[in-house]
Design a protein around this ligand. Structure first.
Ligand SMILES: [Zn+2]
Length: 245
C-alpha cells in the first residue's frame, strides 16, 4: 500500500476524533451524575417505603382507638343503666348491693380502658409526627432527585453534542481517505484500541513504546509513501517533520 505522507498524516486527526469518541462513550457509561441520580432515586424510594409503613401503622392505631372508644362507651352505658335502676327505687336491698358492686367493677374497668386509650392516642400522635417528617423527607428527596436528573441530563446533552460533532467530522474525514488505508486503520483500532499514532522521539504515539534500533532503522529506510506500522501495537506509524528521523 502506498499513500502519500500528507494523507497518512490525516490519520492523526482520525485517531484524535476516535479517541474523543471513546472518551465520551466511556464517560457516558460511567457518568458520575448518573450514579448520583441512581443513589438519590434509591433514597427517594426508601423514604416512600418508610411513609407507607408509617401510614399502615397509623391506620392500625386509628382502628384500635375506635375499638377502644366503643369498649369504653359500652362499659359506661352499662354503668349508667345500673345507676338508673338503682335510683328507680324498684329494686330490693339485695339487688341494690349487687348493683353497687357491679358499678364499682365497671368503674374500674372503664378507668383501665381509658388509660389504655390514652396510651394509644399518644402513640397515634407520635406516629402523626413521623408521618409529617416522612412527607418532608420525601419532598426533600424529590427535590434532590430533580436536581440530580437535571445535572445528568445536562451532562448527557453535552456529551451527545460532542459525539455528534465528532461523528460528523469523522464522516467527512473518512470520505477523503483511501479505503485501503482506512481498512487497515479500522482493523488495528478494533483489535488494539488505536489505529494510528505519530512517531515522535522514537516513540509510537499509539502505544507510547520506544522503537528499538532495528525497527527505527527499518522505518527510516522506508519510502515516505510506504505505510509502516508499529511492531508492538500494530498502529500505523505516521511520520512527520516532528518524528525526528
Ligand atoms: Zn505502538
Amino acid at each position: 500500500m502506498r499513500v502519500d505522507p500528507a494523507t497518512q498524516a490525516r490519520l492523526l486527526e482520525l485517531a484524535e476524533l476516535d479517541g474523543e469518541l471513546d472518551r465520551v462513550r466511556h464517560r457516558r457509561k460511567n457518568l458520575p451524575e448518573q450514579q448520583v441520580l441512581d443513589e438519590r432515586e434509591a433514597a427517594l424510594q426508601a423514604a416512600k417505603d418508610s411513609l407507607v409503613k408509617t401510614q399502615m401503622l397509623a391506620s392500625d392505631l386509628d382502628r384500635e382507638v375506635k375499638r377502644q372508644e366503643r369498649e369504653v362507651e359500652s362499659v359506661r352505658a352499662r354503668a349508667d343503666k345500673d345507676r338508673k335502676l338503682m335510683s328507680s327505687g324498684a329494686v330490693s336491698a339485695k339487688q341494690l348491693t349487687d348493683l353497687e358492686h357491679e358499678i364499682g367493677t365497671l368503674q374500674r374497668r372503664q378507668e383501665a380502658l381509658e388509660d389504655d386509650l390514652l396510651e394509644l392516642m399518644e402513640k397515634r400522635e407520635a406516629v402523626a409526627i413521623d408521618e409529617r417528617k416522612s412527607a418532608e423527607a420525601i419532598a426533600a428527596a424529590e427535590r434532590a432527585v430533580a436536581e440530580a436528573r437535571a445535572a445528568a441530563e445536562s451532562a448527557l446533552g453535552d456529551m451527545a453534542q460532542t459525539e455528534q460533532k465528532c461523528e460528523a467530522d469523522r464522516a467527512k474525514l473518512v470520505d477523503e481517505l483511501p479505503a485501503e488505508l482506512l481498512e487497515l486503520y479500522d482493523r488495528v483500532r478494533q483489535a488494539r484500541g488505536r489505529g494510528a499514532g505519530l512517531l515522535r522521539a522514537r516513540r509510537c504515539g499509539a502505544c507510547q513504546l520506544e522503537l528499538d534500533r532495528v525497527a527505527l532503522s527499518k522505518v527510516k529506510a522506508a519510502d515516505p509513501d510506504a505505510v509502516v506500522t508499529c511492531d508492538n501495537c500494530g498502529a500505523i506509524l505516521v511520520r512527520t517533520a516532528e518524528s525526528g528521523l
